[in-house]
Design a protein around this ligand. Structure first.
Ligand code: HAM
Length: 413
């Protein structure tokens, strides 16, 4: 019987992994250059953390289990709530705003399809403690900068939940959330049925008009001059100053229930229905977890979708050295030459007792850029000597190890 990996999970082979790490490091560099610092939280949390505010959808989609002590636990479906828990536990006294980032796996029991997994990776930031529009704008600008730096184009849509809430303010929280959920799923039929069910049919026309509005002026015609629209206008003007193109979109409702104001999503081409590569917005959660009421803004990229949207990723060529030796010099090559070269470049030695030709084919197979040959002839010149062969040029020259290292370095630039 062959055992297969669980549905909705992924294996990453070395080549794929190298590409993922390459993109990940660019994303890290970007957020670090804006002053964000990395944190890590546990892979499972107390279930309670997510039942307070995430919403039913996310709970329905989660891996929930009891541990041997009878505690109700959950594999994290996202990171905003764990980060807020950590903030309340350990970082509340720190100078504001706090700028945190993470790259972690998340788990959602969804129906797997292209771009939708049960284990996937999120790369995200949380900017905690500022209520200013500048902070919200920075978070959006940062997401846009991440995309620029990895060379991916995305369509940025920015909205504000306050506009919709001003229309449905009289309903209960449960009803509001149900409406926001249908809008998030673009399930307008379901929305109509639900509004009929709760006796709020009259709201439909205005809700539809709002989510169809293409700009703030149009939205004002439906909801009037509410503060949410003023705020969104300010955010939009500031994004223009950054030179970040964006679309005002009141149908951005977000699937998670903790958002309180500005919300945004980024979509990439070529991914089919699961084209949302980033989602974020402003929220208040700290007071629910025993802390002080704290305004925060953040986003998370779906890293797997980012990688899919990038398609072919060209990695910079990496120097790799294979030490090739005659039988008699094998020990010397492995224990004295290789360690010296390995200090500077990834270096491999023969482990299969192959002859010179066999070792040279291995060098080809592993994509070695250079071969360092250690044989009788080299050692006769002195213990320091090796023959360096450039795999690209085919040129070879007998040099001291120090010279060989310098020569390999020169080939790198
Ligand atoms: P989210 O929109 O639920 O937001 O997830 C963020 C991103 O994770 C999505 O845009 C998508 O690219 C990716 N994603 C979600 N589910 C899957 C899946 N099943 N397979 C592959 N990728 C997926 C959040 O999680 C919020 N915590 C974001 C945030 C941070 N808001 C404020 N701060």
């Amino acid at each position: 019987m062959k055992i297969q990996r669980p549905r909705g999970t992924q294996d990453f082979l070395p080549e794929e992994m190298a590409k993922r790490r390459f993109i990940e490091s660019k994303m890290r560099k970007t957020v670090e250059s804006w002053g964000y610092q990395e944190i890590q939280t546990p892979i499972f949390e107390s279930l309670y953390l997510f039942t307070l505010r995430s919403g039913d959808t996310i709970i329905d989609q989660s891996y929930i289990f009891d541990d041997k002590g009878g505690r109700k636990l959950i594999l994290r479906p996202e990171l905003t709530e764990p980060v807020t828990r950590l903030y309340v536990e350990k970082l509340q006294a720190d100078p504001k705003p706090l700028k945190l980032y993470y790259f972690s796996n998340c788990f959602r029991y969804e129906r797997p399809q292209k771009g939708r997994f049960r284990e996937f990776w999120q790369f995200g930031v949380e900017l905690i403690g500022s209520d200013r529009p500048e902070a919200e704008v920075e978070v959006i600008a940062l997401a846009s900068s991440v995309l620029d730096n990895i060379g991916l184009k995305g369509d940025l849509h920015v909205g504000h939940l306050g506009a919709l809430r001003s229309l449905i303010g009289d309903l209960s929280d449960e009803q509001k959330n149900a409406i926001i959920r249908s809008i998030d799923k673009r399930d307008y039929e379901g929305l109509r049925t639900y509004l009929d069910e709760i006796g709020a049919t009259a709201l439909e026309e205005n809700i539809r008009a709002l989510i169809k509005s293409e700009d703030i002026k149009e939205a004002r015609e439906t909801v009037g001059d509410v503060p949410a629209l003023e705020r969104l206008e300010d955010i939009s003007d500031q994004l223009d100053l950054y030179g970040i193109s964006h679309k005002i979109d009141f149908s951005v409702a977000r699937g998670l229930e903790y958002y309180t104001g500005m919300v945004f999503e980024i979509y990439a081409e070529g991914l089919g229905t699961e084209n949302q590569i980033c989602g974020g917005g402003s929220y208040r959660l700290a007071h629910l977890f025993g802390g002080e009421d704290t305004p925060s803004t953040g986003f998370a990229f779906g890293f797997d979708r980012v990688i899919m949207a990038l398609g072919d990723i060209k990695l910079p060529q990496q120097t790799k050295v294979m030490i090739v030796s005659t039988k008699e010099q094998r020990e010397w090559a492995r224990t004295k030459v290789a360690p010296r070269i390995r200090k500077y470049f990834p270096t491999e030695v023969d482990l299969m007792d192959r002859d010179i030709n066999g070792q040279l084919s291995r060098a080809n197979a592993i994509g070695a850029t250079h071969v360092v040959i250690v044989g009788e002839r080299e050692l006769q010149k002195g213990e320091e000597f090796v023959t360096l062969k450039g795999m690209k040029t085919g040129e070879q020259e007998t040099l001291t190890m120090e010279e060989a290292i310098k020569r390999i370095r020169l080939d790198e630039v």
